[in-house]
Design a protein around this ligand. Structure first.
Ligand SMILES: Cc1cc2nc3c(=O)[nH]c(=O)nc-3n(C[C@H](O)[C@H](O)[C@H](O)COP(=O)(O)OP(=O)(O)OC[C@H]3O[C@@H](n4cnc5c(N)ncnc54)[C@H](O)[C@@H]3O)c2cc1C
Length: 208
């Protein structure tokens, strides 16, 4: 039977980090947003609270936060000559499932990109000469500079509530000071607004 749902201005497939951030941006711009998520709904409460969050059998052994690879998966090959085969055993690549996506079990580390990482080809050529990079190597600049991206990095830190002590190396402070926020990374994905944030207008339909 076909279920006819309320019309939405925008439909998002997959309610992980990217989907949740898009939903936040679009709803704040005044659109009605519908998100389709293949996995179960999980909220900050009760799913992410003690003692559920340390349930070893559910999460470590049965790996309930991840895609069930016996039902659907991706295919993988190590080079273009191999035949791609289904990925059936979870290892380093952990495909998430459920609202919040991998944002529910990430390690909580926000690395800041170094400006040279976005222009690595030019950087090495300037530093070591034109012949430093061998012919055939695919290294190239991103085509967008740190300064152009800086406002977006700044926004991401505010949305996620990134905070912490500046990174120091050999006595020198490398990263900048970050303010401490009251919100959490899951705030945008669980539908609970961060303190002071605009109330959200989005619905999630679970496709399981
Ligand atoms: C163990 C682990 C630790 C990590 N630690 C860090 C860290 O410390 N710092 C960092 O910056 N990054 C970290 N990451 C990476 C980060 O979590 C991911 O890059 C990020 O969550 C990806 O966001 P996404 O929205 O693209 O995908 P996801 O968050 O994976 O969301 C995708 C969503 O789409 C849903 N979906 C997929 N297909 C369909 C479909 N056909 N229909 C409906 N729904 C669908 C999935 O169920 C899922 O909810 C970590 C990742 C893992 C696995």
């Amino acid at each position: 039977m076909v279920n006819e749902m309320k019309k939405a201005d925008a439909v998002i497939v997959g309610f992980g980090w990217v989907g949740a951030i898009m939903a936040k941006e679009l709803t704040e711009a005044g659109l009605n947003v519908m998100a389709l998520e293949r996995g179960p709904h999980r909220g900050t409460y009760p799913d992410c609270t003690y003692p559920q969050s340390i349930d070893e059998l559910t999460y470590n052994i049965r790996k309930k936060l991840f895609q069930d690879l016996s039902k659907s998966t991706v295919t993988i090959r190590h080079d273009a000559l191999q035949t791609a085969v289904p990925y059936r055993q979870l290892a380093a690549f952990l495909s998430s499932t459920g609202t919040g996506g991998a944002g529910l079990h990430w390690s909580g580390v926000h690395f800041c990109v170094d400006p040279t990482e976005l222009r690595q080809c030019s950087h090495y050529e300037e530093r070591y000469g034109k012949n430093f990079i061998s012919e055939g190597m695919t290294i190239q600049d991103f085509g967008v500079t740190y300064d152009e991206l800086e406002p977006f990095f700044d926004n991401v830190k505010k949305v996620f509530g990134t905070s912490g002590t500046p990174w120091r190396y050999a006595g020198a402070q490398i990263s900048r000071n970050l303010p401490r926020f009251g919100s959490c990374a899951a705030a945008s994905s669980c539908g609970k607004s961060a303190p002071g944030a605009t109330p959200q207008r989005f619905s999630i339909a679970l496709s399981t």
